[in-house]
Design a protein around this ligand. Structure first.
Ligand code: FES
Ligand code: FES
Length: 176
């Protein structure tokens, strides 16, 4: 069977077997940024954005994504031109082995679209689905908050004017 999808902004036809997960299909077609950790929906390393929602691609049947819009980490920045969320994880040294980071970054990206100015608690919740075995969550939470700032700065630069950025809500509800 073939899937017709919008993948990272381009129309793509992807070959798939009926039993394939979305992760199987993505990795078979070279989109290896999504990592296979548990393959049971528990670790979050395989997260991609499907129709605007972060999904653990290892438990999404590929056949259900025919016609979907899919974003993988390959849609973000490149080594020499990182996306602000990627930049924030690097600058905050929020990674060690790096295996969970695509999942962290895709969850963060989706969460900041919904809520561009998260509290610390909300930042923690954004990456809750990803089980990092190296860093714990302190630095990744800092990275999510920094990513929010960077995204808002980018918005100011684009619009040429201030945003509703506010630090006041940040310090509420420190649950990390
Ligand atoms: S590999 Fe998909 S959630 Fe772990
Ligand atoms: S940095 Fe190693 S699992 Fe998260």
């Amino acid at each position: 069977m073939d899937l017709e999808v919008t993948l990272n902004g381009s129309q793509e036809r992807l070959e798939a077997s009926p039993a394939d997960s979305l992760l199987d299909v993505l990795r078979a077609h070279g989109y290896t940024g999504a990592k296979r950790g548990c393959d049971t929906g528990d670790c979050g390393y395989c997260t991609v954005i499907v129709d605007g929602e972060p999904r653990q691609s290892c438990i999404v049947p590929a056949k259900q994504t025919d016609g979907a819009t899919i974003e993988t980490i390959e849609s973000l920045g490149r080594q020499e031109d990182l996306h602000p969320v990627q930049e924030a994880f690097v600058e905050n040294t929020a990674l060690q082995c790096g295996f969970c980071i695509p999942g962290m970054i895709m969850n963060t990206t989706a969460a900041l679209r919904e809520n561009p100015d998260p509290t610390r608690t909300e930042a923690r919740e954004a990456i809750e689905p990803v089980l990092c075995r190296c860093t714990g969550f302190k630095k990744p939470v800092e990275a999510v908050l920094d990513a929010a700032d960077k995204m808002q700065d980018a918005e100011v630069a684009t619009d040429g004017g201030p945003t509703a950025a506010s630090e006041t809500s940040r310090d509420e509800g420190d649950g990390s």
